[in-house]
Design a protein around this ligand. Sequence first.
Ligand code: HEC
Length: 237
Amino acid sequence: MNTLIKSLVGLGLGAALTLTAGTAMAEGSGCGTFTNAEGVEEHLACSTAPIDFTNKGSLQNGAKIFMNYCAGCHSAKYVRHSRIAQDLEIPPELVEKYLMVTTDQIGDHITAEIDPEIQASWFGAAPPDLSLETRLRGDDWVYTYLLSFYEDPSRPWGANNLVLANAAMPHVLHNMQEELSQEEFESEVGDLVNFMAWMGEPARHDRQVIGFFVILFLLVLLIPVYLLNKEFWKDVK
Ligand code: HEC
């Protein structure tokens, strides 16, 4: 065998190993630990967020939930309303009517209704900007976090969180959780996190599709390269 093929195989293997290690690391960090009723410390595994950027219905529903339940406190300062209209295929009139809760200009970014600095004095922590939240914590972390609020009378807002112990954020989806079955609630939160993942990287789906074809192209290219290489060296050896 020749060096070219060896190094190509080596490269591919290296890339595959790095990717697997990356995923394993992200999973290994988990979604926090908590003490159960018996006082034993338990490890909380992350639930898998149903991310699918081709599901426009899910993204649209997620946008609706985000603007109605989250934008009161959190900004998403890298996301423009007009981009939501364009990418999520929502007519701009509908975005203006139903999704622009904090501004009247469709070109504006999503700002929080209440100044986060003022909120810091109410909650003890300022609600962070959520544009890149799924990139920072991972889709699954955010999904699990939103599903892990529980009643805790010792906390100022009567709720605590398994993933982020003593979270300063109130359980804002409490009413929704009460009204829906567990399955329906998970599906709503899934849509919300799908939308948040889109906010974090709107081009993610396109990138994955292009990446697939690039790898495919390289694999197909390998065949003529291998044959050529054989041809070049056949008289030398
Ligand atoms: C009443 C105000 C308020 C609302 C409404 C609200 N949050 Fe929060 N949120 C907060 C505060 C305050 C924090 C900071 C928590 C902390 O650091 O303990 C926070 C933290 C978070 C975090 C964790 C950030 C991190 O990385 O530590 C996420 C994720 C989050 N919010 C998502 C949401 C989503 C999604 C919604 C809408 C369903 C929402 N929040 C609605 C106040 C709010």
